[in-house]
Design a protein around this ligand. Structure first.
Ligand code: ADP
Ligand code: MG
Length: 298
């Protein structure tokens, strides 16, 4: 991998992606009959997701919504090939003609980050607090082999900061000097270092206030529109976040996908009672917000 700016390498990656044999149908990721169970002692297995089935198309933004414990993160972990014994994942997760669940450790190493990257829940707290943001970033890009030496790492890290609208000064700062929104931007920029074709974001803005949430989500949208990332798999329990971000949404309830439809269809005529409650609640909140805006002094 070279160290050229993400803007150039990303468009190249998307071309590569489109020419990939298994992607000629437009399918990027195909999850078939996925079942994941966690080992919870003696012989007991806790089923966390059951018969999950969905496809994502190249360049598509897909949302995964459901309440806490529904199995959203579990699906994402399975897609990354991170469910390990004694936990159990069965079914197929097809990417580029290969089943992620059957990949060797070597195959997984090149698949993760380069093909599909994931920003884990609360990842912004994972920056090493005793070194600068720049050192955190330089170490990652060197470790992932994106660059060959410290000079190249410095250059790339500064470019990556610029892609998420952070100034070069942030490079020299320590994590504790950054707001939550700034830390999350740093994490997003790091995930883009390898130009992943799909980026999985697990509750990326849950810990942020509303205004910061909106600005971080807008940045993610711009990065996608600019082709710096191919497709998104966005995990969020917040339907307003999903409505703002995704093309299609999967609704999870107790380990099952109970609805899978374009976000527009779901917002207009949700099928499942759980989704109907969520969309109705959002409509009422928006109505209330609108009337409050009218009452603001001019
Ligand atoms: P979500 O992301 O929707 O909140 P998770 O995928 O984290 O849900 O969890 C789904 C279910 O699996 C929950 O009941 C949770 O307690 C359980 N679970 C998640 N991770 C583990 C684990 N490592 N070991 C045992 N149970 C787990
Ligand atoms: Mg989760």
């Amino acid at each position: 991998m070279d160290s050229s700016p993400p803007s150039r390498t990303c468009s190249r990656n998307i071309e590569e992606l489109a020419s990939n044999q298994s992607l000629q149908t437009g399918t990027a990721l195909s999850v078939k009959d996925l079942n994941v169970s966690y080992f919870i002692g003696s012989k007991d297995l806790l089923p966390a997701c059951r018969n999950v089935q969905f496809d994502t198309r190249v360049g598509e933004s897909v949302g995964l919504l459901g309440e806490s414990g529904a199995g959203k993160s579990t699906v994402a972990y399975a897609v990354m090939g991170l469910i390990e014994p004694p936990n159990k994942a069965t079914g197929e997760i097809i990417y580029g003609g290969k089943n992620v669940l059957a990949m060797s450790q070597d195959e997984l190493r090149s698949f993760r980050w380069n093909e599909v990257a994931m920003i884990f829940q609360a990842a912004m707290n994972s920056l090493d607090p005793i070194v600068t943001v720049g050192k955190n970033m330089d170490e990652l890009v060197l470790d992932k082999g994106v660059v060959q030496n410290k000079q190249e790492a410095r250059e790339l890290s500064k470019k990556l900061l610029a892609t998420v609208d952070l100034s070069e000064d942030v490079y020299k700062m320590y994590p504790f000097e950054l707001s939550g929104g700034m830390k999350q931007r740093v994490i997003i920029s790091m995930a883009l270092a390898t130009n992943p074709k799909i980026l999985i974001l697990d509750e990326p803005t849950t810990a942020l206030d509303t205004i910061t949430q909106f600005s971080v989500l807008s940045t993610i949208k711009s990065l996608k529109n600019e082709g710096r990332v191919g497709g998104l798999l966005l995990i969020s329990h917040d339907i307003s976040v999903q409505a703002f971000m995704v093309d299609r949404i999967l609704i999870m309830l107790k380990g099952l996908v109970v609805e899978d439809a374009p976000i527009k269809t779901v917002m207009e005529s949700a099928k499942h009672p759980y989704t109907q409650v969520l969309t109705e609640k959002l409509r009422l909140t928006l109505q209330k917000d609108r009337s409050q805006v009218h009452q603001l002094p001019q």
